[in-house]
Design a protein around this ligand. Structure first.
Ligand SMILES: [Zn+2]
Length: 285
């Protein structure tokens, strides 16, 4: 299997009117991944009936299959809306925390459980979004460069999902209280799961940035490519330094990250509507 990067020239494709020409070189059907090597360019994919010519237009996202683009777009939508919901949830939790701190008895236990479940649901929405966003393109199966970045993101998603599944009942158990030994064991478990999840989250961040760099090349949007290069080190710095100095670092980094992904979503929306990427100013809104 030959590895072709996006920078490499795709096999030469003659323009229309060449009904007897055959596809030379390994190419995948954009819809079903079937290898269309040797098929007539004017013909159809024997597996799914998509025009062979559809699969020869090149690497730009505007030529990818509509089904694939819809998956990527809805994935980004889940991530972006999930992040907004999470910020609201986070601020709400702080307010509730202050209220609980001020009242002697604290809030009803059922309410705390509901909060924990809501937080996990929003997290699940974001993770599912990342999973869809990193869906492999059937037109590039087996010969695409971002496979490593994609797999890193997906492994991170699985680890965080598993951690959430373990942590939620543990949190609920801790909330219900219990014998001293058991409560301590649950506390340790929550800490370990939290640490593993955090490590996976960091790994996922770098994976997403590498993957978004690849996707931006398929728009193509030089601005996003440049921003990814900058953000991959700047956002962690802002998050860490900002946390120590002002306390708002992670939120600022998150907003910058959100804007970057939102720009990708705008392109995908524009491709869906007009077949062309969005014409966006160089500055992020
Ligand atoms: Zn096909």
């Amino acid at each position: 299997m030959s590895q072709t990067s996006i920078g490499a020239t795709p096999p030469a494709v003659p323009s229309s009117g060449a009904s007897s020409l055959l596809v030379d070189g390994d190419r995948n059907c954009v819809k079903c991944s079937y290898n269309i090597r040797g098929l007539p360019i004017a013909g159809k994919c024997p597996e799914c009936g998509t025009d062979v010519a559809m699969s020869l237009k090149g690497v730009l996202l505007q030529y990818a299959s509509p089904e694939y683009l819809a998956t990527i777009r809805s994935g980004l939508g889940l991530v972006l809306n999930g992040i907004l919901l999470y910020i609201v949830y986070f601020l709400l939790s702080i307010v509730i925390g202050l209220v609980v701190g001020a009242t002697a008895g604290g809030l009803p236990r059922g309410f705390m459980l509901l909060l924990a479940v809501l937080g996990t649901a929003v997290q699940g929405m974001i993770l599912f979004g990342y999973w869809k966003y990193t869906q492999p393109d059937p037109g590039f199966i087996g010969r695409e460069m971002p496979d490593t970045a994609r797999k890193i993101v997906r492994i991170a998603v699985i680890i965080q999902g598993a951690a959430a599944v373990i942590a939620l009942p543990a949190q609920l158990g801790a909330n219900f209280g219990g014998a001293g030994g058991l409560a301590a064991a649950i506390g340790v478990l929550i800490m370990i799961v939290g640490f593993v999840s955090f490590a996976a989250w960091i790994m996922g961040f770098f994976g997403i940035m590498r993957y978004t760099d690849w996707m931006a090349r398929r728009i193509p949007d030089q601005f996003v490519i440049a921003r990814v290069k900058l953000y991959i080190w700047l956002l962690p710095v802002i998050a860490v330094v900002g946390l120590v100095v002002f306390g708002l670092g992670p939120l600022i980094a998150l907003v910058m990250y959100w804007n970057l992904l939102d720009r990708m979503r705008k392109h995908l929306k524009a491709i869906h509507v007009s077949g062309q990427p969005a014409e966006l100013p160089r500055r992020l809104a």
